[in-house]
Design a binder for this molecule. Structure first.
Ligand code: SF4
Length: 102
């Protein structure tokens, strides 16, 4: 029979490893601002950094969290977006495909 100490010594590294893998996978699904599809749509993780001369349809207040294509809740800081191959986009981001959430 394992002691509590042996159990903790054996399970904590495993639990930490799973946690790191889950976090890495979640981050690796985030859209890269430098990916060609993101560049084509002018996507920025931070909407305030959008080049408004190049993308005049951007106006302050528009962001992923209030876009119809944002797949998460408005309170989620990252969620998938169908316009960018279902990669995760930042709630504070923006791109040319922005559409007002109904
Ligand atoms: Fe954000 Fe909407 Fe553009 Fe997707 S389509 S990146 S949710 S603004």
């Amino acid at each position: 029979m394992k002691s509590r100490r042996q159990f903790l010594i054996q399970t904590i590294p495993f639990a930490l490893g799973v946690s790191v893998v889950v976090k890495v996978n979640a981050q690796s699904n985030r859209v890269d601002e430098n990916a060609s599809s993101a560049i084509a749509l002018g996507y920025k993780h931070d909407a305030s950094k959008v080049d408004s001369k190049k993308f005049p349809s951007y106006t302050p207040g528009k962001n992923c969290a209030n876009c119809a294509l944002y797949q998460g809740k408005a309170s989620d800081s990252w969620a998938n977006c169908v316009a960018l191959a279902n990669k995760q986009v930042n709630a504070k981001g923006w791109c040319l495909a922005w559409a007002k959430k109904a």
